[in-house]
Design a binder for this molecule. Structure first.
Ligand code: MTE
Ligand code: CO
Length: 434
């Protein structure tokens, strides 16, 4: 599937085809049709194409009552908007990953049912009345909290992205997966409700030599990671709600750790224990996994912060341009584990010319940012890229720049610029330009 492109080639056939299929108005299409067929056929066609003048089921009969959906679900016409997995990627669905359909979403919030999932031992089914959070180790008094206890601390609401360190990992050695859902879909962004970890730790009382925490999950993987105390006291949360309702079982119901801006692996789900220590634990997930093997055989470790990154979600391989040439809305997402996004630049020609995109909606610390770029498409092939710059001045690198520093052994922390090739028909493909 890897395609290497140096120069975009204009296909005359594709251009003509796309122009013919172009976004003509209803009146124009009716006129064109009328010339080729009878007036009666034209009227029938227009009626079919224009629901405003047509009797439809939905304006002739009563709809379902309020008792039809005690818990609402999307329209049946949205059944394509789902998480998807890549079958060859993992051996079993219990230790696996599925991906957020970024190309189907807008704004900055990910709906709960579409948040990508990453489990190492399946989805734990935890009864909240039996769930406990224990704080032990270097504390004055070890404590065990029920869910009810936790809900009596002062609550806070924050919108944060969570990105798996392995997001875009399959693209380290070249373009591979055709769709932003698969290349960038290990990310979600929700509003968390919970309590600050520092308040819980204060209740237990940290000893003066308390330097590290080891959160641990209640699932069969017992996921654990070492977290430096500075981060824990700065902005970490223990969350029980996402987008206003209880966490989904997939996301760690009833309790998960929130470590803003840091790699998703550390956001322990089904959180049951936090041990306080004076040194890191060097657990499996911070030694053999979630480390970045460099060309010289050494590995980068404790690479917690997620670097600034962006992706054009539309157009993209799963979301081609279908309206033909003319006014086109390009959109995408940008984020940084170090703050907010200052600017997103867009190129239509593989990096020769860059223009500023329009960031719309809230610009929140360590949250997704939504950008738009409206342009007139002349029907010629495009090489689309987005480049984000965060509030620290960090500029998202090209994939070649990234590989120069980090080699190609890595899986994790690939924040290189993504390229989509759009052909004259509006179809998009994952490519790299060198
Ligand atoms: N916590 C537990 N207990 N078990 C897990 O398998 N997976 C981690 C992290 N926390 C995991 C876990 C990984 S690798 C990631 S990327 C995030 O949870 C994924 O969170 P999500 O499933 O809500 O998207
Ligand atoms: Co992960």
């Amino acid at each position: 599937m890897t395609t290497k492109l140096n120069t975009p080639e204009l296909s005359r056939r594709a251009l003509l085809k796309s122009a013919a299929a172009g976004g003509v108005t209803l009146a124009a299409s009716a006129t064109v049709t009328a010339g080729a067929t009878t007036a009666a056929q034209a009227l029938e066609k227009e009626t079919k194409e224009n629901p405003i003048t047509t009797k439809q089921d939905w304006n002739q009969v009563l709809g379902d009552g309020v008792d039809a959906n005690p818990y609402g679900k999307p329209s049946e016409y949205e059944k394509n908007v789902i998480r998807r997995s890549v079958p060859w990627l993992t051996a079993s669905p219990e230790s696996s990953i599925n991906f957020t359909p970024l190309h189907e979403l807008d704004g900055i919030i990910t709906p709960n049912g579409l948040c990508f999932e990453r489990h190492h031992a399946g989805i734990a089914e935890v009864d909240p009345t039996e769930h406990r959070l224990m704080i032990n180790g270097l504390v004055d008094k070890p404590l065990v909290f029920t869910m009810e206890d936790l809900k009596r601390f002062p609550r806070t609401n924050k919108i944060y992205f969570l990105e798996c360190a392995a997001n875009s990992g399959m693209e380290w050695r070249g373009a591979q997966l055709n769709g932003c859902q698969f290349t960038h879909g290990m990310i979600h962004c929700v509003n968390y409700t919970g309590v600050l970890l520092k308040d819980i730790l204060a209740e237990a009382g940290l000893k003066t030599n308390a330097k590290w925490l080891m959160p641990e999950g209640a699932d069969a993987s017992g996921m654990n990671r070492s977290v430096p105390i500075e981060k824990a006291l700065k902005d970490c949360m223990v969350a029980f709600k996402m987008n206003g309702e209880a966490l989904r079982p997939e996301q760690g119901y009833p309790l998960r750790l929130v470590i803003p801006g840091w790699e998703g692996n550390m956001w322990v789900k089904w959180l049951r224990r936090i041990e306080v220590g004076d040194m890191p634990w060097h657990a499996r997930e911070e030694t053999s996994k979630y480390t970045d093997l460099m060309e010289n055989g050494k590995a980068r470790r404790f690479t917690w912060e997620m670097d600034c990154k962006s992706i054009i979600t539309n157009p993209s391989p799963q979301a081609p341009i279908t309206h033909g040439k003319g006014h086109t809305v390009l959109t995408g997402l940008a984020w940084s584990g170090r703050g907010t996004i200052d600017r997103v630049d867009i190129t239509l020609d593989g990096g020769k010319n860059w223009q500023k995109a329009r960031i719309d909606g809230p610009s929140l610390d360590k949250a997704l940012h939504r950008f738009y770029f409206e342009f007139e498409w002349d029907g010629r092939p495009l090489l689309l890229q987005s480049r984000a710059i965060d509030s620290t001045g960090y500029v998202q690198p090209t994939k070649d720049e990234l590989r120069e520093v980090r080699g190609t052994n890595s899986i994790y922390h690939n924040n290189g610029i993504q390229t989509w090739h759009v052909n004259g028909k509006g179809e998009a493909e994952n490519v790299e330009i060198s």
